[in-house]
Design a protein around this ligand. Sequence first.
Ligand code: GDP
Ligand code: MN
Length: 380
Amino acid sequence: MNLHEYQAKELFERAGIPIVPGIVATTPAEVRAAAQKIGGTVVIKAQVHSGGRGKAGGVKLANTPEEAEEKARAILALTIQGLPVRKVLVTSAVDIASETYAAILVDRAVKKPILMLSAAGGVDIEEVAHTNPGAILKLPIDLTTGLLPWQARAAMGKIGKSGKEALAMADILVRLYRVFWDEDASMAEINPLVITKDGKALALDAKVSIDDNALFRHDDLEAMRDIADETSGSILARERGLSYVPLEGDIGCIVNGAGLAMATMDLVKYYGGQPANFLDIGGSSNPEKVVAALKIITGDSTVKAILFNIFGGITRCDDVARGILTALDQLTIGVPLVIRLTGTNEELARKILAEKGLTATTSMDDAVKAVIAASQGGAR
Ligand code: GDP
Ligand code: MN
């Protein structure tokens, strides 16, 4: 679960990381009042779960409350990476002397959290990673000790920072690791970590993602969930207990079991297709789950064809077939549907599907090839 900048900054503040206090607003008039209250030049920042807000016009400076209102009107009308801006954060503007990139995140390759640090902060870090990977320091962190102050100071030295400003930033890194660890985050990022013209270290931006599997022990964080920024599919999946991960492709996949879902996605790729999602309806025999799954998939307008891949064990194929028919009664599915089912009660399932003129194959290869052809406008 991603936190908004203003929420992540609350965590930072509690951990003693210096931030610029701000006011959250939802209308241009509120922004004007906030700017009035703060006084001087302010920054207005879109609060959406997306990076690159600056580049998208979602971060703007304003010198007067009138200007703030005007800029806020423009920002609140934006949609950034598909997410409409509903809230902005208004803070006092800072005079920046330098911008550093700092993040703690899980590195799957080293199976540890790492500290990522770069003197090329502020700009797109993905761009830096691409064009100048040497400019990014990656330091694995020992899980038993955490990030130790001397390690943070040494890391600062390695990116060319020295003096009391480096010490202040190192202190922020140690606290950032504490936030990452205590809140069960998968990522905690400050970009930019700035030194101001008057020599203070500050977290000017804040990005924190919490591991969903740990949310049960963080009621305060669960309360920060912003449903407005989730797609209806993700919300429905969470409510119905389905594991759903949207991807970039156009073939919707509905599968029972995580392993089979992974294998299905591999096979779709193998035959030249692109999966639109990972979706595991689980091992239960509940037609309602099938209906929910189809609702989720059909809600994604990029999907050009849907593949059901069911291996009946505990899951009964007839229940899945009933679920498909119920869903067809409730929904209009404007794309081809390819069904593969085999295992428990498969004959009965086939009979049920035949009532509506649907057929199913038992071969996973055939089904995957068929769904790819269907997605390209070929035979069903
Ligand atoms: P992001 O684009 O979503 O990462 O949003 P950021 O909060 O990182 O803001 C983008 C950029 O706007 C920063 O890298 C700064 O260069 C600039 N910016 C943000 N806040 C201030 C501020 O208080 N003063 C000045 N001068 N620039 C700021
Ligand atoms: Mn940023």
